[in-house]
Design a binder for this molecule. Structure first.
Ligand code: G16
Length: 543
């Protein structure tokens, strides 16, 4: 087998975003595009000679081809071993677990998360470090620098490696170890949760539905929920992973998880509903006729986690991304826990988890997780919910009602304005930034602005600083508006407007969320001059 050195040149735009490099699949399929980025990962981490890596992805279109290229490039770089999920499949949390459990030097995850898949849709490549978490800013910075200086990449000339069944194969001098993608992850879940209690709940007639959205969690959920916990066969729907996710967006929210919404809002709904996304790290939780907002979900999990054996000793602390609602802060305050506020991006939780400052964390974007891995984890959240429902004997609506009575309610929604011209989106942010200092004391939509700032984060563990992480406008009475531009889109810019309001009055807890936040939304439009800059009056998505 010959080791080829291919001359190349830097390709524009290979800067990793919120979570790795995400682009149109056709962009990744262009000559040298994938190879340039993979070589830059190797160069950014000081080479792969002698190293052990993990490789897998969410099964989207082009993932199988990309995996073969990456294996040949790892072999050419002198890697000792690559551990690959069978069929090149690994959910993001399962990859994080394997990276940690096998003591490896990191891994590559092939996914564009909740974005659709297919030749005209999205693809992504992300490097995770030996702690199992997404590479931190210093590492992604070195990778990006390497993409701008690259002159050549190295690849082995070889046939495809058989990834269709477990076993170890040679690729030049490198070992390719193909593993069952589910086994180790399922064993970890059995350590953390009381499978007997959950099994008893299900045996007692408690019905669940889990929508895998034709994405990677199908095999994981079928094994854990149906085979190990005894949920009725067919409880996992859309269970077979497909390269185009069956033509849908594998995004677990009320807009895209249509089958789940139909089941939970239909006649005789199941007691509990959930969905996960393309790569298995996000989650959506529902009760009969009821959607649980991700910001509420992380607060409920923090308040009740001790029902699960893995958290019976209590939590060290908690964290949320800045735009996530402050429902979690209310729990932390009542329980005497430290609560950290980080920029958007799971990578920012890594140091807090590694340093033992927090046990549990979550984000408004449907991500929740704990120190068991270094990624957010969709099925983990589902199992913790089930463990809590089994432990408390409550249903989802009852648990939520009790939670709001104890901690108050943070009404919360996110309005997304998608595919805006990048210059216009940046002009909006620049304009608001320029006017920010003059806003406190002014009124918008009948609400007084109390404070305004732009979020910057200093990591308490390593002192690294992340600036310009979103503009915050605080309103009198506990309201808050946050504006930032998404770092995961592949087309133009997405303006995210996060709206929150607080109530301690039980008479309001049943209000419709969009209604409850209508004046905060109007204030956001006025203060940020959204129509003036973008021409838009309505968001594309209300999450
Ligand atoms: C990624 C990050 C999350 C972030 C989300 C949305 O999730 O890991 O931390 O909240 O993107 O980011 P943005 O608002 O910049 O689009 P995922 O599930 O897409 O990997």
């Amino acid at each position: 087998m010959e080791r080829l050195t291919i001359q190349t040149r830097p390709i524009e735009g290979q800067k990793p975003g919120t979570s790795g490099l995400r682009k149109k699949t056709r962009t990744f399929m262009e000559p040298h595009y994938l190879e340039n980025f993979v070589q830059s990962i190797w160069d950014g981490i000081g080479g792969v000679a002698g190293k052990v890596l993990v490789l897998g992805g969410d099964g989207r279109y082009f993932g199988d081809r990309a995996a073969q290229v990456i294996l040949r490039m790892a072999a050419a770089g002198g890697a000792a071993r690559v551990i690959v999920g069978q069929g090149a499949l690994l959910s993001t949390p399962a990859a994080s677990h394997l990276i940690r459990a096998r003591g490896t030097d990191g891994g590559i995850i092939l996914s564009a998360s909740h974005n659709p898949g297919g030749p005209d849709e999205d693809f992504g490549v992300k490097f995770n470090t030996p702690n199992g978490g997404p590479a931190a800013e210093d590492v992604t910075g070195r990778i990006y620098a390497a993409t701008r200086a690259i002159e050549a990449y190295h690849i082995l000339e070889a046939q495809d490696v058989d990834l269709s069944s477990p076993g170890t194969r040679d690729l030049g001098d490198m070992a390719v170890e193909v593993v069952d993608p589910v086994a180790d992850y399922a064993a970890l879940m059995e350590e953390l949760f009381d499978f007997d209690a959950i099994g008893d709940l299900l045996a007692g007639g408690f019905r669940v539905v889990f929508d895998a959205m034709h994405a990677v969690t199908g095999p994981y959920a079928t094994e854990i929920l149906e085979r190990r916990l005894g949920a009725a066969p067919g409880s996992v729907i859309n269970a077979r992973p497909k390269p185009d996710f069956g033509g849908g967006h594998p995004d677990p929210n009320p807009v895209w998880a249509r089958d789940l919404m139909a089941a939970m809002h239909g006649d005789d709904p199941p007691d509990f509903g959930a969905a996960s996304d393309g790569d298995g790290d996000r989650n959506m939780i529902m009760g009969p006729g009821m959607y649980v907002a991700p910001s509420d979900s992380v607060a409920v999990l923090a308040a009740n986690a001790t029902h699960a054996p893995g958290y019976a000793g209590g939590l060290k602390g908690v964290a949320r991304s800045m735009p996530t609602s402050r429902a979690l802060d209310a729990v932390a305050k009542a329980r005497g826990l430290d609560c950290y506020e980080t920029p958007t991006g799971w990578k920012f939780f890594g140091n807090l988890l590694d340093d033992g400052r927090i046990t549990l964390c979550g984000e408004e974007s449907a991500g929740t997780g704990s120190d068991h891995v270094r990624e957010k984890d969709g099925l983990w959240a589902v199992l913790l919910w089930l463990n809590i429902l089994a432990g408390t004997g409550k249903g989802v609506p009852e648990l939520m009602a009790d939670h709001w009575r104890e901690f108050g309610r943070n009404f919360y929604t996110r309005h997304d304005f998608e595919a805006i011209e990048t210059e216009k989106a940046e002009a909006l942010m620049d304009d608001l930034r320029g006017r920010m200092d003059g806003l406190p004391g002014t009124q918008a939509a009948g609400r007084r602005v109390e404070a305004a700032d732009e979020f910057a984060y200093t990591d308490p563990v390593d002192g690294s600083v992340a600036e310009r992480q979103g503009i915050r406008l605080y309103l009198e009475g506990g309201g808050r508006i946050v504006l930032r531009l998404s770092g995961t889109g592949t087309q133009g810019a997405t303006l995210r407007v996060y709206l929150e309001d607080r109530s301690d009055d039980p008479a309001t807890f049943g209000r419709d969320v969009q209604d409850a936040l209508a004046d905060v939304a109007r204030a956001a439009h006025e203060l940020a001059r959204i129509e003036h800059h973008t021409g838009r009056t309505e968001p594309d998505v209300r999450a």
